[in-house]
Design a protein around this ligand. Structure first.
Ligand code: URA
Length: 235
């Protein structure tokens, strides 16, 4: 909803409405790159509002991207060890985006990044049971007994995992590939689940979150989610 600029600036805690009006009159406020005029309104969910060239807090455009994360990138915003960050791959996007949940350094695949707190909470809160599917490569063979244990739930870190789905098991020489769909997001959950049935993960790729998949997105590339996709995720 569009609101008067002085109200939005005051809501952001930067100044009183009166002072914000003075800033507008002095030409210090802009909306989507043009200098604002007194009396102008803007929609904080769509428009970029800046004072002295700095975007006012809480008014960033909501952006969500789907990244095909390569192995060897860390999904935090900084790393004391100086490892490569997933945000290095989206350096051309001016908005500050946060990873929705985490993928391990050596896990690849579908990672969402957003500045939309509501969407992030919707996707990560355990109450919503959002499904995540992983393509897993393990050393050795996943027997049907092991698959049944993974599906029923196994104990990791003293916690029993919720029912999961195991699909598309196929052996390849001394290793085996399968898909595992879980509705939780504990730390290193897939690796720990596999370890609990005696298998060591050699490759891990997230291929789906809810209805979203990687499509033909190349490794290291991203795409913007569309508004209908975002609305569907929020449902
Ligand atoms: N499970 C893991 O073990 N690692 C990930 O990165 C994601 C899920």
């Amino acid at each position: 909803m569009a609101e008067r600029l002085q109200k939005l600036i005051a809501q952001a805690g930067m100044a009183s409405r009166r002072q914000a009006e003075d800033w507008i009159a002095e030409g210090r406020v802009s909306v989507n790159g043009h200098v604002a005029v007194v009396g102008e309104k803007a929609d904080p969910t769509r428009d970029v509002i800046e004072v002295d060239g700095r975007q006012i807090l809480g008014t960033e455009k909501k952006i969500t991207i789907l990244l095909n994360k390569p192995r060897g990138y860390i999904s935090t915003l900084s790393d004391p060890q100086g490892r490569r960050l997933v945000t290095d791959l989206i350096a051309d996007i001016p908005e500050r985006l946060y990873p929705v949940g985490r993928l391990d350094f050596n896990t690849e695949g579908l990672l969402l990044l957003t500045n939309d707190g509501e969407l992030s909470l919707r996707l990560t809160h355990p109450r919503h049971h959002v499904s995540k599917t992983y393509l897993v490569k393990v050393q050795g063979t996943l027997s049907s007994a092991m698959a049944a244990r993974l599906s029923r739930g196994v104990v990791i870190d003293g916690y029993k995992t919720a029912p999961a789905k195991v699909d598309h098991i196929r052996s390849a020489g001394t290793s085996c590939w399968f898909e595992l769909t879980i509705r939780e997001g504990k730390n290193r959950q897939v690796r720990k689940m596999c370890e609990s049935v005696g298998l060591s993960v050699v490759r891990l790729k997230r291929i789906r979150i809810d209805f979203l998949d990687l499509g033909d997105l190349a490794i290291g590339k991203y795409r913007f989610l569309s508004e209908p996709e975002i609305q569907r995720l929020k449902q």
